[in-house]
Design a protein around this ligand. Structure first.
Ligand code: 13P
Length: 255
């Protein structure tokens, strides 16, 4: 069975001190909710403090990106080997990095391979823009992004996929549970099955992301192929992140 996951992508929020204060506030309660995997993804500069604050818990820490090259003249960037010891996970291909940092499908593939090489677990994000959605290209775009991300990768064991429709991110406009299930269960998992076989596809976690909050979480989590959330805004609030984790445990009946 797939162990659900709630991952908080804090984006460009919280100073290192605020980040440590946040995890110190949340960690005891979050640690008790151990039926599912919980991950926080602070900005790079807060990783060390957060990792240290969470020592002794099984709450995971994730970075929000990683560079596509091993090292070199890439001012401002962070390489996979630098994240070793600071992060367990790394978000790769988030639409904000595709949109603002020019990250391509090929970059996503390189980043994913480097993350795996250094023992980091990639959370690979895919999703269509509003325009693509309105043009009826959702399936084609998600299919393409997913295949490109995974090209040449043979072992999916440490990879999590996140479907995040761009039009639902930070807009308050969530995909309906049926829309999210249609892509996750009707496109993402079948592509994984085609590439890796049914057993691997069934074992891989696929998250939904985009304006998920405690009010809409249960209906999303009730969908059979949705294994958790990649949460932006709501993950910055202690009570909301705990509520989301609790709801996921309840809906998936993991007591
Ligand atoms: P919001 O939950 O703020 O819509 O952000 C989703 C997201 O982009 C998580 O990676």
């Amino acid at each position: 069975m797939r162990i659900p996951m709630m991952a908080g992508n804090w984006k460009m929020n919280k100073t290192p001190a605020e980040a440590v204060e946040f995890v110190n506030t949340i960690k005891d309660e979050l640690q008790r909710l151990s039926q599912i995997e919980r991950v926080v993804c602070p900005p790079y500069v807060a990783l060390a403090g957060v990792k240290q604050a969470l020592a002794g818990t099984d709450i995971g820490v994730g970075a929000q990106d990683v560079h596509a090259e091993e090292s070199g003249a890439y001012t401002s960037s962070v390489a996979a080997n630098m994240l070793v010891g600071l992060a367990d996970y790394v978000i790769i291909g988030h639409s904000e990095t595709r949109q603002y940092l020019g990250v391509t499908d090929a970059d996503v593939n390189k980043k994913t391979k480097l993350a795996l090489k250094y023992g980091l677990k990639p959370i690979v994000a895919i999703g269509e823009t509003l325009e693509q959605n309105e043009l009826g290209q959702t399936t084609v775009v998600c299919d393409r992004q997913l295949r490109a991300a995974l090209e040449g990768i043979t072992d999916l064991q440490n990879i999590v996929i996140a479907y995040e429709p761009v039009w639902a991110i930070g807009t308050g406009r969530t995909a309906t549970p049926e829309q999210a299930q249609a892509i996750i269960g009707g496109v993402v998992r079948p592509v994984l099955a085609e590439l890796y076989g049914e057993a691997v596809a069934q074992a891989t976690r696929i998250l939904y992301g985009g304006s998920m909050n405690p009010a809409n979480c249960a209906d999303l989590m009730k969908q059979p192929d949705i294994d958790g959330g990649l949460i932006g805004g709501a993950s910055l609030k202690v009570n909301d992140f705990i509520a989301l984790t609790r709801i996921a445990i309840e809906v998936k009946a993991l007591f």
